[in-house]
Design a protein. Structure first.
Length: 511
């Protein structure tokens, strides 16, 4: 992921691109623009590795929009000696809304690895923020031993930089989490659903610190408080710190990045969906990996312990052919075909009500993690939807809730996606994904699914827990794809209400 940006009526997405193969290698920057975040046009390549300071790759970076309208792009370059450095680039013509051409600073690099940091452990600068002192700050990821860290630099001109956090006392560090890459650091309002400019700070604001863990390719985040005077960020809950607690997405999702959309007052999140088939398959089709639907990020004012992620409203412009199903009763062990034909591209919302008597009376053994498969039947689940399923259910991708009620009466809720039967194809990763999801008193169990041929983006409880799945059905494709409700609980009936929209395809083409 590189730097998203809103500029003069266009959303810009700069992305990493390898023109020679589908595998990681000599990376350049691709560039696409959109007016609505849904329909995109590819622009010419923005930057290529053509100097000693980035000859082995023009890697991840971030854009900063300055108050005077200027745009600064900082990115990681891999040098001719395979050292990671930070470089500066600016638009060649700021009046061009498409930002077609970029100029690299002639005296790059502007930052090199400080003493104590490995030459390959210094990358991915964030969007900068400015303090009351008029000085700009940014953070980037690294590690010391097995401790993941984010370190802060200051600058007044984006050419000269001062490291203001020591390796022993960085912005933040979490032992045992390994290399932090694609660090993101941004404020969220605790009193409003509006997004905040990256420089916002003060009362009624929490800061999200997110890191992509290079060791396991997972994106983790935590909420906390930023002390600009001390250049320290402190997590609200140390037991749920970065890398050991909440994940941005529990599925096939990595290298996410947010930006502030000043045109609509939203903070928008992008994520990278990798492939789960073989590298040979990627080479045959000539491309690999893609971006998720953009998501709006807000603070969860109900739990006060997590962010919410929700698809941008613009995706609703693709909706057509609405179907509605109210109060469908699913007895234990039942499946209901919703008779949605050609169900390969859908937007689905569903609410589930669990039988209250069963919920009160059922007691099970203690369960730590219940994302162990949709076919594993327990007293209170799993229950949910089967998408990208064929009529005979030889292929299916379940997205479901499970209620774990321990022997002391404590309830813990899980939101999961099971890919174990998603494809008949060989050589395809078929993991079961998922994580805990808060369900508060009086709330129904709810999910929203965006289904697009081989992708399922799942949002549980308004986006408290998200799961992105990359599946490759061979039978449940195009006109043969179907949708089912299911309840594999043994002791509880479920009542479900579902809305289904078929989706038109987004328009993505060359400019």
């Amino acid at each position: 992921m590189v730097g998203p940006l809103y500029h003069k009526g266009y959303y810009h997405l700069f992305y990493q691109y390898n023109p020679d193969s589908a595998v990681w290698g000599n990376i350049t920057w691709g560039h696409a623009v959109s007016r609505d975040l849904i329909h995109w046009k590819y622009l010419p390549i923005s930057m290529v590795p053509d100097h000693w300071y980035d000859i082995n790759g023009v890697w991840t970076g971030s854009a900063t929009l300055l108050p005077d309208g200027n745009i600064i792009m900082l990115y990681t370059g891999d040098t001719d000696e395979f050292v990671q450095v930070q470089n500066l680039a600016t638009p060649a013509n700021l009046s061009d809304p498409l930002l077609l051409e970029w100029v690299k600073y002639p005296n790059n690099p502007v930052m090199t690895p400080p003493s104590g940091i490995g030459p390959k452990d210094f990358r991915d600068p964030t969007t900068a923020w400015v303090g009351p002192d008029g000085v700009w700050r940014l953070t980037l990821g690294s590690k010391v031993g097995k401790t993941g860290i984010s370190i802060v630099y200051k600058t007044t001109n984006f050419i000269n930089y001062e490291l203001v956090t020591s390796l022993d006392d960085p912005l933040h560090a979490v032992p045992g989490t390994g290399m932090w890459e694609c660090v993101d650091f941004y404020p969220v309002s605790t009193t409003s659903e509006n997004g905040l400019d990256t420089s916002a700070n003060g009362p009624g604001i929490k800061h999200v610190l997110k890191a992509s863990l290079d060791d396991n390719k997972q994106d983790h985040y935590a909420l906390g408080t930023y002390d600009m005077g001390r250049e320290k960020w402190v997590p609200d809950n140390p037991k749920m710190d970065v890398g050991i607690g909440l994940r941005v997405d529990y599925g096939k999702y990595y290298a996410s990045k947010t930006f502030f959309d000043q045109s609509t007052g939203r903070r928008i999140l992008w994520g990278w969906v990798g492939e789960t088939d073989t590298e040979d398959d990627d080479l045959l089709k000539g491309w690999a990996s893609l971006q998720t639907i953009p998501r709006v990020v807000t603070y969860d004012t109900k739990t006060k312990a997590n962010i919410l992620q929700w698809p941008v409203k613009e995706v609703e412009s693709l909706r057509r052919d609405h179907s509605k199903f109210d109060d469908l009763l699913l007895e234990p062990g039942s499946i209901i075909n919703l008779n949605i034909t050609s169900a390969a591209q859908l937007d689905i919302t569903a609410e589930f009500t669990v039988n209250s008597e069963a919920l009160q009376s059922t007691v099970e053994d203690d369960v730590i993690n219940s994302c162990n498969g949709a076919s594993v039947k327990r007293a209170l689940g799993p229950f949910g939807l089967l998408v990208l399923a064929d009529q005979s259910l030889s292929e299916l991708t379940p997205v479901y809730f499970y209620i774990a009620k321990s022997s002391d009466g404590t309830i813990k809720n899980w939101f999961c996606t099971d890919q174990s039967r998603s494809s008949k194809a060989n050589g395809v990763d078929k993991q079961i994904y998922g994580g805990p999801v808060p369900v508060l008193k009086g709330e129904k169990y709810s999910m929203r699914l965006l289904v697009d041929h081989s992708i399922v983006e799942a949002f549980g409880q308004g986006g408290r827990t998200c799961i992105t799945s990359r599946v490759y059905p061979t039978r449940a494709i195009n006109g043969n794809a179907r949708v089912f409700l299911f309840n594999n609980a043994t002791d509880s009936s479920i009542t479900a209400s579902v809305k289904v929209w078929k989706l038109n395809s987004a328009d993505i083409r060359s400019f």
